[in-house]
Every structure is written in structure tokens, then in C-alpha cells.
Design a protein around this ligand. Structure first.
Ligand code: DSN
Length: 448
């Protein structure tokens, strides 16, 4: 391909250089943060179009500015594809990202101070599901349910809390939960207490469209999702209302529209809307089902081999695209060290709390990783076996590093560890193997 950054290179070589470096980092490393993926060139192109030049406050056919006849068609295309992909009668594709999408749900369904219920952040839930430092925990009376010692959601606790607190809005869905979301069970609880039930499927949206995760549409009233994770689209989000949701409240779609604009946002990002339409078009193709199936097969293969290598996994496995390594057998608060050692070997994961973590959230005892991006590159079970062995080697190699009890010493311990990673022979050995593997699965060869 002609130089894909031709104009940027001429206009601003500093930025062009950084983009090229980031492409190299993405290509010659294993991206295993489970909320990340590689968008197709078609999605990337849509995002880089002149659609970014337009203002379009409002919705198709009812805009505040002139000149939106093509933008209307772009947005309608995205809406129709979203409805088809998720089997719902209503979709809003304008939220800038996941947090604003969830904010719109609160605004549409709740009054300030209402009781809301969601999965606790330290138990795998999301900030916007009622965590104390987020608007959702500040502006609403939040009740949080947890996971049991086996890592599965404690449905009995959820039912008890719902009956005691009568939430107006309940969330099902998570950011670090490796088991199928129990939509049906939550729908019964919501019914019992008259709550509105929202599924935040940001992590598993692609698996739902690909038919390898239970479909929330028959059970919940609202579905929110980002579009850039397993769905493999641009960085954006959607709020959808199900048939059940419109039966619960026939005005729910209109209330969501009003909450997104003018409630929370101004002009939609039309270039992102176009890219969402493209990504949904890709997800509706039969081959996307094969992708989704392989994501889960890869995660299961990876988890099984890690467990075989003596690495503990929360709930002892996975049903979806991600898993949480429980590093406590090697000492508490090890997540940051393992994350940094893996980064040194060009394997990108994120430190994460584990349920009932004995260490503080900034120095958690777990690491979260997943397979969506590796699967997009074409990697399958044999590669998962290799990668699991490398991760296990690095986890074990980090066994002697301990998180200091003294809070002040922790920072310098992490700093010292970080600067030692480059000299670690095990890390260097794995990095070499990672580079060789990545060369076998080229990323965006058209850009080279
Ligand atoms: N940051 C996202 C994730 O990594 O899961 C959630 O918002």
C-alpha cells in the first residue's frame, strides 16, 4: 500500500512517528487485555473519513443543523444493523463510549438518589454499576452484590439485597467475570421487585452476536455495550431497548434518546457512527460466528494449560473470552509485578483485583487476560498452549518478589522491579519467543 500515513508524515512527523511505533508495539506483542481488539482496515478507514467534519445534533430526520441527509443514512444504517445483530426493536448508536452510555440509562430510568444495584467492582463489576467513586455511586443509593468463594455470582445474595432495597435499576454484566452472565436469573429477581433490568454486555457483545454467549434480549429491558471489544468496532457505544423493555415502559426508547441528547451529549461523532455500522456489518457475516467460537475455544485452551502449569484461575476456568489469574499462592499483591514482567516480554495484560483480594486495589493480587485480539490475528489452540507456558514461566519467575507491607515502600519496590525487568533473562527469553510467534501472524500487512 502507498504510505498510509503520507499526509500525516508530511504535516506532523512527530505524531506519525508515534503512530508507527504503536503499530510495531501492537504487531510484535501479544495484546491480551480482554477489552481490546484489532479493528479491521474497513473500520479504521470509516473512522478516518470526512464525516468527522459534520455537526448533527438530534436524530435522523430531526436534526438541529442542515446538511445531514447523508449522515442520517449512515446513522440509520448503524441503527438497523444494531437492531438486527442484537434482536431488539430500538437502538441508540450515539453514546461516545461505555460510561456515557450507562449514564444515559440512569438518566432515562432513575431520579437522583434512587436505589440502584450492580456487581461490585472488586468482584468483577464495572465502575458505572454503582461503585462509590463513580457518578453511579455518588448520585444514586448503590447496593452491590458479590461473587461467592467459587467465583460465581452470588444469586442468593443478589435476590436478598433486591428484596430488601427494592432498586429502581439493576445491572447484570461485568468487566472481569469469566462465567456466563445469568440474564435469566436476574430477570426473575427484577420481576419480583419491579426493577428495570439493564445488561451491560460490553465485554461479551461479540460473543452474543456470534452465538456463543446466552442472548440477553429475551430477559432484560435494556442492553448497553461498547463497540470496540469483542465486537471489534471503533471506540464507541450503544444503548438498546428490548421488546421486553418496551412492554415494561413503552416510552423507554424515547427516554434513552432524550438522555443521550440533549441530556448528556452534544453532536454525535459521525465518523464513529459510520465505523460502528461497518463493524456491525462485519459481525452480521457468517464468518464472525467462527471468530466468536474461536475466541472462546482459545480462552478455554489457555485457561486449561495455565491450570495444568500450576497457575490458579478464579472459578477455575472460563466460559467466555477472559480469565482472572489468582496469584495469591505466590504471595498477595503480585498483580503489578506480573503485569510488568509480562509487559517486558511483550505480553500485555492488566493487573486486576480478585474476589476477596487480600491486597489493596492499586496493588491487587490478580491479572486479567483474554483472547479476542490474539484470535483476530488468527491464533488458535496450539499458540494458546505456547503462550500459557510462557505466562506460567513468568508468573513462577516472579515468585520471590513480595509487595512490601509498608505503603511508602511499595512505590519504590514497584519502580525498582520495573527497572530490573529489562535485565531479567527469563523475560528476555520469552520476549524472543513472542516476537517469533508474532512474525508468523502478521498484523495489518497491508500497512507495511
Ligand atoms: N476499561 C474497560 C475494561 O477494560 O474492561 C471497562 O470499562
Amino acid at each position: 500500500m502507498d504510505d498510509w500515513l503520507e499526509h500525516l508524515q508530511k504535516a506532523d512527523s512527530a505524531v506519525a512517528e508515534l503512530v508507527r511505533k504503536e503499530l510495531d508495539r501492537q504487531e510484535y506483542g501479544l495484546e491480551m487485555i480482554p477489552s481490546e481488539n484489532y479493528a479491521s482496515l474497513a473500520v479504521l478507514e470509516a473512522m478516518g473519513t470526512i464525516l468527522t467534519n459534520k455537526y448533527s445534533e438530534g436524530y435522523p430526520g430531526r436534526r438541529y443543523y442542515a446538511g445531514n441527509k447523508f449522515i442520517d443514512q449512515v446513522e440509520n444504517l448503524a441503527i438497523e444493523r444494531a437492531k438486527k445483530a442484537f434482536g431488539v426493536p430500538y437502538a441508540n448508536v450515539q453514546p461516545y463510549s461505555g460510561t456515557p452510555a450507562n449514564q444515559a440509562v440512569y438518566m432515562a430510568v432513575c431520579n437522583l438518589g434512587d436505589v440502584v444495584m450492580g456487581q461490585g467492582l472488586l468482584d468483577g463489576g464495572h465502575l458505572t454499576h454503582g461503585w462509590g467513586t463513580s457518578f453511579s455511586g455518588i448520585n444514586y443509593k448503590s447496593v452491590q452484590y458479590h461473587v461467592k468463594a467459587d467465583g460465581y455470582i452470588d444469586l442468593e445474595e443478589a435476590r436478598k439485597l433486591a428484596k430488601e432495597n427494592r432498586p429502581r435499576l439493576m445491572w447484570v454484566g461485568a468487566s472481569a467475570y469469566s462465567r456466563e452472565y445469568p440474564f435469566e436469573e436476574f430477570s426473575k429477581i427484577a420481576e419480583e421487585v419491579g426493577a428495570c433490568l439493564a445488561a451491560d454486555v460490553a465485554h461479551v457483545a461479540g460473543l452474543i452476536v456470534g452465538g456463543v454467549h446466552k442472548d440477553p434480549a429475551p430477559y432484560v429491558h435494556i442492553i448497553t455495550t461498547t463497540t470496540h471489544k469483542t465486537l471489534r468496532g471503533p471506540r464507541g457505544a450503544m444503548v438498546m431497548v428490548t421488546k421486553r423493555g418496551l412492554e415494561h415502559d413503552p416510552d423507554l426508547g424515547a427516554k434513552i434518546d432524550k438522555a443521550v441528547f440533549p441530556g448528556l451529549q452534544g453532536g454525535p461523532h459521525d465518523q464513529t457512527t459510520a465505523a460502528i455500522a461497518v463493524a456491525l456489518g462485519e459481525a452480521l457475516k457468517p464468518e464472525f460466528k467462527g471468530y466468536a467460537r474461536q475466541v472462546v475455544q482459545n480462552a478455554k485452551a489457555l485457561a486449561q494449560r495455565l491450570v495444568g502449569n500450576g497457575v490458579k484461575i478464579v472459578s477455575n476456568g472460563t466460559d467466555n473470552h477472559l480469565m482472572l489469574l489468582d496469584l495469591t499462592p505466590f504471595g498477595k499483591g503480585k498483580g503489578v509485578f506480573v503485569q510488568d514482567a509480562l509487559e517486558g516480554a511483550a505480553i500485555t495484560v492488566n493487573k486486576n483485583t480478585i474476589p476477596a483480594d487480600p491486597a489493596p486495589p492499586f496493588y491487587p493480587s490478580g491479572v486479567r487476560l483474554g483472547t479476542p485480539a490474539l484470535t483476530t490475528r488468527g491464533m488458535k489452540e496450539p499458540e494458546m498452549g505456547l503462550i500459557a507456558d510462557w505466562i506460567a514461566d513468568i508468573v513462577k519467575d516472579s515468585k520471590d518478589i513480595m509487595l512490601p507491607e509498608d505503603k511508602l515502600e511499595r512505590r519504590s519496590a514497584v519502580k525498582a522491579f520495573r527497572s530490573s525487568v529489562g535485565k531479567n533473562p527469563k523475560v528476555a527469553e520469552v520476549k524472543g519467543q513472542v516476537t517469533d510467534l508474532c512474525k508468523r501472524f502478521p498484523l495489518y500487512p497491508e500497512l507495511r
